[in-house]
Design a protein around this ligand. Structure first.
Ligand code: NAI
Ligand code: A1CAB
Length: 275
């Protein structure tokens, strides 16, 4: 079955679903083959009017009609949502089940949905909305090559994909790339505040910060140099950047990042036990 001929249903219309579906529609996935369900109507109405996808307040209804079900609710709701799907949808084992939830292991979904499910875990991130997502993927051993190709193509449409070896690696990828946009936005906001503190208005400060972030990211992608060497190219001996970088190093930016990623991995592992 080719990528665009599968009907795909998203259970939960939150931030991540809106980013993925927005990116999929923009990349040419037919809106008519996409359904989204959510208990409340606000987000559904927005998605129906802006993206022309099918919407419903009934999870089982969209899931029953789909070839692919994407579980996109918060981890703490997953057990209940899965239990209801198992009760209300026939032939779950004929469908490809994809989950984007952090932490929860495939083994748990087997308990929730049945031993015979075909499941892929995807760890996406919100820049999928603008076609610049980074998604990690891992599959159970029942998933077919066709399933893998399908889901790779779908998520390649909203950015880059990276198959990882196992679910431990997915936890790490999630802590770096899934959570990563938040780290970058936190850093960008702090740079914006620094410019505002010295007299710029917020709009001008934002323009200079976001354009610089974009330029740095694109340069990193285009260059074969190590990231440290790209940094050195900006850091003239005896110049101003050296003084700025000294301040970041004084706060041990490597330790800040290592602590952040390790804390996020730990939370993914906790969520695997809790939900
Ligand atoms: N936000 C992000 O950057 C990322 C999120 N994820 C994962 O995506 C999942 C969703 O996260 P967000 O979109 O950020 O959360 P969110 O809170 O924005 O969205 C969850 C949606 O599920 C809906 N919902 C609640 N109960 C429901 C039910 N019984 N049936 C159907 N829908 C229901 C809520 O109304 C809400 O619209 C989480 O499991 C998270 O771990 C993964 C990677 C990145
Ligand atoms: O914060 C979370 O748990 C999810 C997973 C990665 C990004 N958001």
């Amino acid at each position: 079955m080719s990528t665009h001929s599968r009907n795909i249903a998203f259970i939960g219309a939150g931030n991540m679903t809106q980013s993925i579906v927005g990116g999929m529609v923009a990349s040419g996935y037919p809106a008519a083959a996409i359904s989204v369900s959510n208990p409340s109507t606000g987000k559904l109405e927005k998605m129906a009017s802006e993206l022309k996808v099918n919407t419903s307040q009934n999870n089982a209804e969209v899931a029953a009609q789909a070839d692919v079900i994407v579980l996109a609710v918060k981890p703490q709701l997953m057990a209940d949502v899965c239990a209801a799907l198992r009760n209300e949808v026939a032939n779950l084992s004929d469908k490809l089940i994809v989950t984007i939830a952090a932490g929860i292991r495939i083994e748990k979904y087997r308990q929730y949905l049945g031993d015979d499910i075909r499941m892929i875990r995807v760890m996406p991130n919100t820049p999928s909305l603008v076609g610049k997502g980074m998604s990690g993927l891992v599959a159970d051993n029942r998933v077919t090559d066709d399933d893998k190709n399908y889901i790779t193509e779908a998520f390649d449409g909203v950015g880059a994909t990276l198959w990882v070896a196992d679910e431990d690696e997915l936890d790490i990828l999630g802590a770096v790339a899934g959570s990563g946009p938040a780290y970058f936005f936190e850093f960008m906001a702090s740079l914006q505040k620094a410019a505002v503190k010295l007299g710029f208005d917020r709009d001008k400060a934002r323009t200079m910060v976001q354009q610089t972030a974009l330029g740095a990211a694109e340069m990193a992608i285009a260059s074969e140099l190590e990231l440290e060497d790209l940094r050195k190219q900006v850091t003239s001996k005896g110049g101003s950047t050296a003084k700025g970088i000294e301040q970041y190093q004084a706060y041990d930016i490597d330790k800040i990042s290592a602590d952040a990623v390790e804390a996020a991995v730990k939370r993914n592992q906790e969520m695997a036990k809790l939900f």
